[in-house]
Design a protein around this ligand. Structure first.
Ligand SMILES: [Zn+2]
Length: 412
């Protein structure tokens, strides 16, 4: 690897703080759900910075943004660097944002050093990675990689009934470029770890080796309605009470599987959901991850067993439906090695880690060799306003991204 320029860490940090001010929350986070007004503002700022740096910005039909710096050989497929600017509701300043804005830092460092690359470099901002407002997440990159049909994604609705395709048009980001269907040389994503392992190990950089086995599901609990102020307590079949028991069991199953896996009860819907009625239908959602396929299967079996036991004890009908199975995926080993080497050259302590959660890189891995670089986040906290990444860690991650990007963009 030839020597590469240094990242402008101060500018990158300032950019992250400026982006974080869009949809800023009182507790220090950001609230920019996908395809919202705040997302539009974040996109506009990214576009402004990209055009200021001389990049050509294109937008595809699912709203993915690509900011392109030409290479010297137009016949070669581009290197894509990216992540997402949408956040959880609320989320932090770093999840996704780091990967997109570090892409700009890479371009600025090349410009400052007067360097060109053989291949074009594109910075991607993928639509709706978070899956907070519209499900499923990893949406823009999923459509780009051909994993999710465009029409299906555009037709998804948020809790208020707004259609994603209409919202994209409303905020001015229903683009005209076709989604995907074009060659990508390689894909790089810098991201905060969202877990505690780097911090525990005292390392600055992780090359992500693989993803985990995942699934999610619904638990429908059917009880019997009645008057909440008059029905004798002993006669009730309250679906919400049974849900409470299952939630506690799920929590225990999660704790038993840590750290290789975990499971969380995350959403509860309850009918009729008013004070004077005994609930007769409660629906829970759960989401599970595990390092092994057997581990994931064991989590599902234990949830089903717990549901069966609670159904017998309460006389209620409980159905567990598991779906959205996600397979473990191995990321590019060569790229992981290059990341480790780049970190070593900069004297950053580095390690390899799996990722428990999904990222846009896992979509892109279906198209081209892809890699994820993790940097630590304080306390492993993310999807939270308390999310924090030390400025020195932001700088280290962006530097490794730059060093690897230069090498990849010069590959024949
Ligand atoms: Zn993310």
């Amino acid at each position: 690897m030839a020597s590469t320029p240094d990242i402008n860490a101060e500018r990158l940090w300032a950019d992250i703080m400026t982006m974080g001010a869009i949809g800023a929350t009182q507790a220090g986070g950001s609230f920019r759900p996908a395809v919202s007004d705040a997302d539009r503002e974040g996109r506009n700022l990214f576009r402004f910075w990209a055009e200021e740096a001389g990049l050509t910005v294109s937008i595809d039909a699912i709203g993915n943004m690509f900011a392109r710096r030409e290479g010297t050989d137009a016949a070669l497929a581009p290197l894509v660097i990216g992540s997402h600017l949408d956040t959880q509701m609320p989320g932090g300043k770093f999840d996704g944002v780091l990967g997109v804005l570090a892409g700009l830092a890479v371009i600025r460092a090349l410009d400052a050093a007067g360097l060109t690359t053989k291949r074009a470099i594109e910075i991607a901002n993928f639509t709706n990675e978070e899956g907070a407002r519209f499900q499923p997440g990893i949406m823009g990159s999923g459509v780009f990689a051909g994993l999710l049909p465009l029409e299906e994604a555009l037709g998804r609705r948020d809790d208020g009934g707004a259609r994603l395709g209409d919202e994209l048009a409303r905020i001015g980001y229903a683009g005209h470029a076709p989604v995907g269907g074009r060659p990508v040389h390689k894909y790089l994503e810098l991201h905060i770890e969202q877990g505690p392992e780097l911090e525990k190990a005292g390392a600055l950089i992780a090359a992500v080796s693989n993803s985990s086995w995942g699934c999610s599901g619904f638990i429908d609990i059917h009880g019997e309605n009645g008057h909440s102020q008059t029905a004798a307590m002993s006669t009730r079949r309250n679906s919400l009470v049974a849900a409470a028991r299952i939630i506690l069991d799920i929590e225990t199953i999660g704790a038993d599987n840590e750290p290789a896996g975990m499971v969380s009860a995350t959403v509860i819907r309850n009918w009729p959901n008013n004070r004077v009625n005994i609930p007769h239908l409660t629906q829970l959602s759960y989401v599970a991850v595990h390092a092994t396929e057997d581990g994931r299967a064991n989590i599902v079996t234990r949830i089903e067993t717990a549901a069966k036991r609670i159904a017998e004890e309460t006389g209620l009908v409980i159905d567990v439906t598991t779906a959205h199975y996600r397979q473990r995926l191995d990321l590019c080993q060569d790229l992981a090695t290059q990341i480790m080497t780049a970190a070593e050259r900069r004297s950053y302590p580095a390690m390899t880690l799996p990722t428990l959660t999904s990222h846009d890189a896992l979509s892109m891995a279906h198209l081209c060799p892809s890699a994820i670089i993790f940097v630590p986040c304080r306390g492993g906290i993310s999807h939270s306003e308390r999310e924090w990444c030390d400025p020195a860690h932001v700088a280290a991650g962006a530097q490794v991204l730059l060093d690897v990007a230069v090498a990849l963009a010069n590959e024949p």
